[in-house]
Design a protein around this ligand. Structure first.
Ligand code: 5RP
Length: 217
């Protein structure tokens, strides 16, 4: 089964966890897009969705699903999103699509976070995928020096501006022995908005599409 078919399969599996009559959070990326397309089949049984990016909001609206601002809701029973890497502790690297900050905010509000991935994203140790860090533009060089001091090799994502008007540094070669500690350390660098380690708030359930089956972690 090809990667796209696996993404569709996990997206459909996630649909079974969507509570009827509620507003849910929706992530960003190609796997989240498969979920949005699947969600459209039950849009009449949904109160609406909070989007983690402008692209997701546009796709949801395209299917006739009402998009609400996060500030319009007091709680979210569920958030569904993809990931670039996920380990056995349901900790993730996210942000390959550059939407990490809004994704982290929506995930923080959600009572339940379901991560949907194809098998290629499952790893023993996080860090093979370069860690995205969203940075206030004027702090770019300073933050890059601090990331280098942590042993990483930051690279400016040329020509990319986040939905929040900031830039992304993709950091290679980080030794991610303790994801929670590193997430906090990088977030404490002045000028960093947030980084793509989702360890302090891991997923509650990971659905992995592998071969003919969907495995739960
Ligand atoms: C976007 C993300 C995505 O969830 C992540 O990049 C995975 O994307 P895809 O499903 O296209 O592989 O974090 O910021």
């Amino acid at each position: 089964m090809d990667q796209n078919a696996l993404k569709q399969r996990v997206a459909e599996a996630a649909l079974r966890h969507v509570p009827e009559g509620e507003v849910i959070g929706v992530g960003t990326g190609s796997t989240a897009n498969c979920f949005i397309d699947a969600l459209a089949t039950m849009k009449d049984r949904l109160a609406g969705a909070v989007a983690s990016s402008e692209a997701t909001a546009e796709r949801l609206r395209g299917h006739g699903i009402e998009v609400l601002e996060l500030n319009q809701v007091d709680s979210l029973p569920l958030y569904v999103d993809g990931a670039d890497e996920v380990n056995d502790h349901r900790e993730m690297i996210k942000g390959g699509g550059g939407a990490l900050t809004r994704e982290k905010i929506v995930a923080a509000v959600a009572e339940r976070f379901i991560c949907i991935v194809d098998g290629s994203k499952q790893v023993k140790r996080l860090g093979g995928f370069p860690l995205p860090v969203e940075v206030i533009p004027m702090a770019r060089s300073y933050v890059a020096r601090r990331l280098a001091a942590l042993g990483g090799q930051p690279q400016y994502r040329e020509g990319f501006v986040t939905d929040n008007g900031n830039l992304i540094l993709d950091v290679r070669n980080l030794d991610i022995l303790n994801p929670i500690e590193l997430e906090e350390k990088i977030n404490n660098i002045t000028g960093v908005v947030t980084n793509g380690l989702f360890a302090r708030r891991p997923a509650d359930l990971v659905l992995v599409g592998r071969g003919d089956e969907v495995i739960s972690i």
